[in-house]
Design a protein around this ligand. Sequence first.
Ligand code: UD1
Length: 379
Amino acid sequence: MKLLSIAGARPNFVKLASIASAVDSHNQTYQKNPLSERINHVIVHTGQHYDIQMSQQFFEDLEIPKPDINLEVGSGSHAQQTAEIMKRIEQVLLKEQPDIMLVVGDVNSTVASALVASKIGYPNKRPLIVHVEAGLRSFDRTMPEEINRLLTDAISDLLFVTEKSAIKNLTNEGISINKIHFVGNVMIDTLKRHIKKSLNSKIKDKLKISAPYGIVTLHRPSNVDHYKNLELLINSISLVSEKLNLIFPVHPRTMANMHKFGLMEKIFMSKNITITEPLGYLDFLNLLKDSSLVITDSGGIQEETTFLNIPCITLRDNTERPITVDIGSNYLIGASPDKILPTVELILKGQGKNSNIPELWDGTTGDRIISILIKETKT
Ligand code: UD1
């Protein structure tokens, strides 16, 4: 069976790591099962993220095999980036002719590849399209990711979901329940597999920081692409830093905008904020595990903090991951900066939420996915 997996942006690599490892385990044991077969895993990196810290470092930290193919699309407008991926992935699919094409998450690489695979016929079949982390909905179509999620799910043949709300979202959109599998969360597979190794990271020494501290990450266009929004957020973060030391690994989009809007000085003046370039997976996990709280607009970090029972203040009006609010440690406070400080104070007083670990976030989701893929390609 030939499985071709696509990954393009930082959060994709964390999910791909679980799939690659599950394929590996399968290939070491498949001979014991006469109904099973070896999986030939082809990894395609679209090149959406290309900086060492946003890409290569993740492959190294997570021990993901080097991509077989790199499409090197780089940055551009949504249309340019999506179109470039589509043009280049078409050639790859025609040449490789995989039985299955697997996409993860909700980035431009995800939707671009799914769209091409849905209409390709080499010469008279197309690959089974598999979406890992399907069915999540913020119900906010101003988010590029929401468009990517809706379209990818509409054309996928098998949809693997992380939480039960996603099943309802998909069936409400008319997707057959037979295509949907509740398998758990591949990001948590990766976290569980690497947490011990992350303890060896020297990042705290390097940044000269020790607990207690909080972490800030910001990269959503709605928060960082507009001067006023970003300025208000930076002001609130400065206020928080008077109560708690903060580490702020800055995404390239955010860094470019902070320079453009003249906000760097404000950050540098806040002496309790440590600015760094984006961190690798192991360094970030090392910091995350010992943090007092996280202030973020990331999707994946809402899940990781829920798993680790670390309070997470999400600077968005909505979340496509409602389980992290319902039973997890996530506070959805919107982008309104005046709610940040009171929530931080509540948490620092020890009155923060405690999380329960969501169902099937148990570290074996990748194996469940591979077993289902084997079964589905047999029938
Ligand atoms: C993308 C995803 C988003 C995901 C995020 C994680 C889409 C629509 N968005 O957003 O869902 O949460 O990745 O980081 O797919 N840049 C670099 N180096 C890089 C990559 C990007 O400098 O390695 C800069 C470029 O100037 C680029 C900008 O960052 O224009 C934004 O990158 P892009 O891939 O377009 O979107 P992200 O904001 O990273």
